[in-house]
Ligand binder design. Structure first.
Ligand code: FMN
Length: 378
């Protein structure tokens, strides 16, 4: 197959290289997947203004997210089980992001641990926290993130309980994978994936197994979530976590204007307008459709980021134009990783950078900092 030219082609390649249960885990949303689809299609409905005869030389995509320099306003979103898309996936993705000059966010539910990622990177990465009922464990996770010199904590607010994803239930998703005939077949038909996976010991939840009390085998993500995640998480708890962490804090999973106002009052450094990639509340609005309202309500009080449905540089430009200071990609980098390992993550970033750069120029702009609603066509 020729080198993928866009994220859609990377996705097609990932589908051929990653066992079905893990490819499906990435390519799934809750229930009807309506919100998952809307995240992408609502971007298509936003149109850009084509401008001509503007000097297009010396363009720059460099900016900051929470005051930290980024080569373009795109971070890698936290994604669970990334080390199942490709062996040692989190370590590879973090290295690709570091070389590219964009933030990598490690999920609590990662396969490679905080320490694993720290051992192969030279610059700070970000850590995403799920709040568990066991606060000693939460404190321990925060201390580990501090010890690893993580430069931001991304606190996820929209997964107190787990949305139902039909594909995962049907596939019997687990990490490490089960050895039933169905699962063995799914892996046997992906020999390259198996070969790489045999070379690593990292096949379970690296941040949890061996660290949380009474957890030696954590094969079922859904049962662990149901038992351990705190369904009573509150705004008071956000203040406690902020205090415990003491560094830059980003609140992830804000989709409502009232919640955005509450979030702004916490004194956090940024919020991420997000619906968890359509994996939680099916029937919720797309992230991009909520962005302008949230920007209008709290844009002067807190930095606003967005994720959900970004599949191209055009999408990034639209989000920036509508008021986001930064964006995140989840599935695009997972598809890159599944398709081609570290090189695939780099390729996903290169594809988006090139699209963003050319799109910005064709809209008559040369600096990402100058992008505002002016580039959007009514
Ligand atoms: C496979 C997968 C796993 C995810 N795991 C997490 C996670 O562990 N923590 C979290 O805060 N968000 C998680 N998310 C949500 C992403 O951080 C992000 O909000 C979403 O992927 C953005 O949408 P996009 O995939 O369309 O770019 C996950 C998303 C996917 C696709």
């Amino acid at each position: 197959m020729a080198k993928p030219l866009d994220i859609r082609e990377l996705k097609a390649l990932a589908k051929r290289r990653v066992p079905k249960m893990f490819f499906d885990y990435a390519d799934s949303g809750a229930w009807t997947e309506g919100t998952y689809r809307a995240n992408e299609t609502d971007f298509h409905d936003i149109k850009l203004r084509q401008r001509v005869l503007v000097d297009m030389t010396r363009r720059s995509l460099a900016t900051t997210m929470i005051g930290q320099p980024v080569s373009m306003p795109v971070a890698l979103a936290p994604t669970g089980l990334t080390g199942m898309q490709h062996a040692d996936g989190e370590m590879l993705a973090a290295q690709a992001a570091e070389a590219f000059g964009v933030p990598f966010t490690l999920s609590t539910m990662s396969i490679c641990s905080i320490e694993d990622v720290a051992s192969v990177t030279t610059k700070p990465f970000w850590f995403q926290l799920y709040v568990m009922r066991d606060r000693d464990f939460v404190k321990n996770l925060i201390d580990r993130a501090k010890a690893a010199k993580c430069s931001a904590l991304v606190l996820t607010l929209d997964l107190q309980i787990l949305g139902q994803r039909h594909k995962d239930l049907r596939n019997g998703l687990s990490a490490p994978p089960k050895f039933t005939p169905k699962h063995i077949w799914q892996m046997a038909t992906r020999p390259l994936w198996c070969l790489e996976m045999l070379k690593t010991q990292r096949r379970s939840f690296g941040n949890i197994v061996g660290h949380a009390k009474n957890v030696s085998d954590l094969s079922s993500l859904s049962s662990w979530t149901a038992e351990q995640f705190d369904p009573q998480l509150s705004w008071e708890n956000v203040a406690e976590i902020k205090e415990m962490w003491g560094g830059p804090l980003i609140l992830k999973g804000i989709l409502d204007v009232e919640d955005a106002k509450m979030a702004a009052r916490t004194g956090a450094d940024a919020i991420i307008v997000s619906n968890h990639g359509g994996r939680q509340l099916d029937g919720a609005r797309s992230s991009i459709s909520m962005l302008p309202r949230i920007v209008d309500a709290v844009g002067d009080q807190i930095e606003i980021h967005l994720d959900g449905g970004i599949r191209s540089g055009q999408d990034v430009l639209k989000a920036i134009a509508l008021g986001a200071k930064g964006t995140y990609i989840g599935r695009p980098f997972l598809y890159g990783l599944g398709a081609m390992g570290k090189d695939g993550v780099t390729l996903a970033l290169e594809i988006i950078r090139k699209e963003l750069d050319i799109t910005m120029a064709l809209c008559g702009k040369r600096d990402i900092s100058d992008i505002d609603r002016d580039v959007i066509s009514d």
